[in-house]
Design a protein around this ligand. Structure first.
Ligand code: MTE
Length: 314
């Protein structure tokens, strides 16, 4: 259900976290979906009622302005300001998501049937980009595990593959002479990573539906991995027995592996991963932060990789 109006979020509307979390004027059970009759154009923002999560960090969230104006979404261009500038014509509704592959219950969902409002949570996660900057983002979403369990995976399923929509008329980075990546953007997780309770399918941020530039209407968030694993505008989720191909590994295998766990001990061939710049924390003179193993989520996820050499499995 939606509060029926179309608008972009203004920075003046940003409210402190404790205020927006307690706004009881929100529509009960709203997952910010089901926007039938929506006019296309700019991202449709709707208030989302979400339970607070025990998985949230208590670090200060990055401002909504930075979260929505400093983006990587190459379908809309390669500069950080391109996604906000070039995604206004993108239509995130109506939206279908296919769940298929090695499952007993494959399905072609309309987004409003895909998201169960009762499982919608707000989770404040750090996002560490492979380019050595980071943000703290109040996501709204559902555990990916819920979706996978609903599909009833077969015993042979070992991985999950994800695919972004291809829509050149609405995505300027997908047309023309210079196309920075092969499309569709694809990503993958091992099944146990996908089932991990931290892994989120986000439908919103800052208590509103996802802005187009952040991956509307549905994107992955895997907080212990570099940001490029968090694939945006997902149309297909496929369970498979083979390690899926991933866009950055296809385009530059020497620099980007399948796992891409945040690892301060493994430098990118062209820069250090030991430190990071927190977006919004001042200019070039601001002290860089130390990057933590698994982006600070080691207690929860390090056991997934016991026995693996994470220098070779980067
Ligand atoms: N998903 C698609 N489809 N296309 C992209 O170019 N960029 C990735 C990831 N998901 C990308 C994508 C990268 S490199 C990062 S760092 C995050 O999205 C950025 O998410 P944000 O813009 O919401 O912060």
């Amino acid at each position: 259900m939606l509060i029926g109006r179309q608008r972009v979020i203004k920075s003046s509307e940003i409210t402190p976290r404790d205020v927006y979390l307690n706004r009881r004027d929100l529509i009960a059970g709203a997952a910010g979906l089901g926007a039938s009759g929506l006019i296309g154009g700019e991202a449709f923002a709707a208030k989302i009622e979400a339970a607070k999560s025990k998985f949230s960090t208590d670090e200060k969230p990055t401002s909504l302005k930075d979260v929505t104006s400093y983006n990587n979404f190459y379908e809309f261009g390669v500069d950080k300001s391109d996604p906000a500038a070039n995604s206004k014509a993108f239509k995130p509704t109506p939206w279908n998501v296919k769940v298929d592959g090695l499952v007993n219950k494959p399905a072609d969902y309309q987004l409003e049937d895909f998201i169960k409002p009762s499982t919608v949570e707000e989770r404040i996660y750090r996002l560490r980009c492979v380019e050595a900057w980071s943000m703290v983002i109040p996501w709204v979403g559902i555990p990916l595990a819920d979706v996978i369990k609903r599909a009833d995976p077969q015993g042979s399923a070992k991985f999950v593959a994800f695919e972004t929509v291809v829509r050149p008329p609405e995505m300027p980075g997908q047309k023309g002479l210079f196309q920075p990546l092969p499309w569709p953007y694809v990503e993958g997780l091992r099944l146990d990573e996908a089932l991990h309770p931290l892994t989120l399918l986000a439908t919103g941020l800052y208590g509103e539906t996802l802005p187009n530039q952040n991956g509307a209407p549905l994107r992955l968030v895997v907080p212990w991995k570099y940001g490029f694993k968090s694939i945006k505008s997902i149309v297909r989720i496929t369970l498979t027995d083979k390690q899926p191909r991933t866009t950055w590994n296809i385009s530059n295998p020497g620099e980007y592996g399948f796992y891409s766990n945040v690892n301060p001990a493994v430098d990118h061939p062209r820069w250090t991963q030991a430190t990071e710049r927190r977006i919004g924390e001042g200019g070039v003179f601001n002290k860089r932060r130390e990057t933590l193993p698994f982006n600070g989520y080691a207690d929860q996820v390090a056991s997934l990789y016991s026995g693996m050499d994470l220098k070779t499995n980067f």
